[in-house]
Design a protein around this ligand. Structure first.
Ligand code: ZN
Length: 389
């Protein structure tokens, strides 16, 4: 119930030096230069010398119930289990449906999110899938967002992709109206999360939507912006106009840009870094055809942030913000989540200073990962997964 993290180099995500962090129940109670260990009897004390403490990662794009399905039923990816998420340093996840709106639905996604929350994670979902009209729980996007706590937006709606329903600007306006009304009536941030494919129109539909309407630009989150260089250039333009952009982990520099190369370009340009985020697209199909048997890994997100810091020399604070406070701000979770502060949720990631490797993850004050290994597993996860055991 009481945990004291001692001598941690704190990135809140701004750098604040070496601190002690006192966790009481599910909240951060105090962050001070020194907190006396006798403050509370029976308190668990964890020495964090040589370690960094940062907010737990918020991954805003994960196919919790499995993506894929694009090469027939056998290509449907199984659902994601708790240990895989927490092993990637993720304390908060937003579940999303992809192209498959037939074998997967919002009910199943919501049930999965609730299950993971019971198992220890913070979870949210978007209503909808690739197509327009979207799939919903209550019959309308507006009421889904206004009345269902876990639903914090709509998506991933696909544009500029051969698998997209090719929504007209009018359809996107109508959908934006549903999201905006839902977010106002529900008192949430409420976003429209947009999958941008590698089709020839790129981000143009979003530029048109914004240009022809009065919707606040902050409600849109286009993702996969680093999948091609042309799209990335458009993304930079969109960022200059005040929009948010989300990069996807695991992309290699070639046709597109890796997260580290993308972040470097954006950081050098010095525009709107607080509106840049990165997500994993975890548990989706890697090839788009779903036939390779390869799935996106949620741990790739932490790996890409580490590479950005160690190899590309992106400032730690800048890199960390793209998966913590920036995401929390856009999704309306800040400052409860995405930062280390007295009163915030005790979602804390502890990383070894040397090599920036994952050590511990606390979610709502519970230590779920220690020494890089998950301490808990989902109810139906195999206890021994190695082939030799
Ligand atoms: Zn997508």
């Amino acid at each position: 119930m009481f945990i004291l993290l001692k001598n941690a180099e704190c990135y809140t995500p701004d750098y604040s030096g070496e601190k002690d962090i006192l966790v009481v129940m599910d909240k951060i109670y105090l962050i001070e230069d020194r907190i006396n260990e006798s403050f509370l009897p029976g308190m668990q004390v964890i020495d964090c010398s040589g370690k960094i403490a940062m907010p737990g990662i918020i991954d805003q794009h994960v196919h919790l119930t499995g993506g894929g399905g694009e090469a027939g039923p056998a290509s449907c990816i199984p659902e994601l289990m708790l240990s895989e998420l927490i092993s990637g340093g993720i304390s908060t996840v937003v579940g999303v449906l992809g192209m498959d709106g037939v074998a997967r639905n919002i009910q199943g996604l919501l049930a999965k999110a609730r299950a993971l929350e019971i198992e220890g994670l913070n979870t949210f979902i978007y209503t909808g899938y690739y197509g327009v009209p979207v799939l919903t729980l209550t019959g309308r996007v507006m009421t889904d967002i206004a009345f269902i706590d876990k639903i914090i937006g709509a998506g991933e709606v696909a544009i500029s992709d051969y698998r997209s329903s090719h929504p007209s600007i009018q359809q996107l306006k109508e959908l934006s109206f549903e999201v905006l009304s839902g977010r106002m009536l529900g008192g949430k941030a409420g976003v429209l999360h947009i999958h941008v494919g590698d089709g020839k129109s790129g981000l143009q539909p979003l530029f048109d939507l914004y240009g022809e309407s009065e919707f606040p630009i902050g409600m849109f989150v286009p993702t996969h912006i680093n999948r091609s260089r042309t799209l990335f250039e458009q993304g930079m333009e969109y960022l200059k106009n005040g929009g948010n952009i989300d990069l996807t982990a695991g992309e290699k520099t070639g046709k597109g840009l890796s997260v580290q190369d993308g972040l470097k370009k954006l950081n050098d340009a010095g525009i709107g870094m607080d509106r840049v985020t990165v997500s994993s697209d975890g548990n989706g199909s890697m090839t788009g055809s779903g036939s390779s048997g390869e799935t996106g890994k949620v741990s790739q997100l932490f790996n890409d942030i580490r590479t950005s810091i160690l190899e590309t020399k992106i400032p730690i604070t800048t890199a960390i913000k793209t998966v913590t406070s920036n995401v929390a701000g856009i999704l309306g979770m800040y400052p409860g989540k995405g930062c280390l502060a007295a009163g915030s949720d005790a979602d804390i990631l502890v990383v070894n200073r040397e090599g920036f490797t994952l050590d511990k993850l606390l979610v709502r004050g519970q230590v779920l990962v220690d020494n890089g290994n998950p301490l808990v597993k989902g109810r139906f996860e195999l206890r021994h997964q190695s082939p030799t055991s």
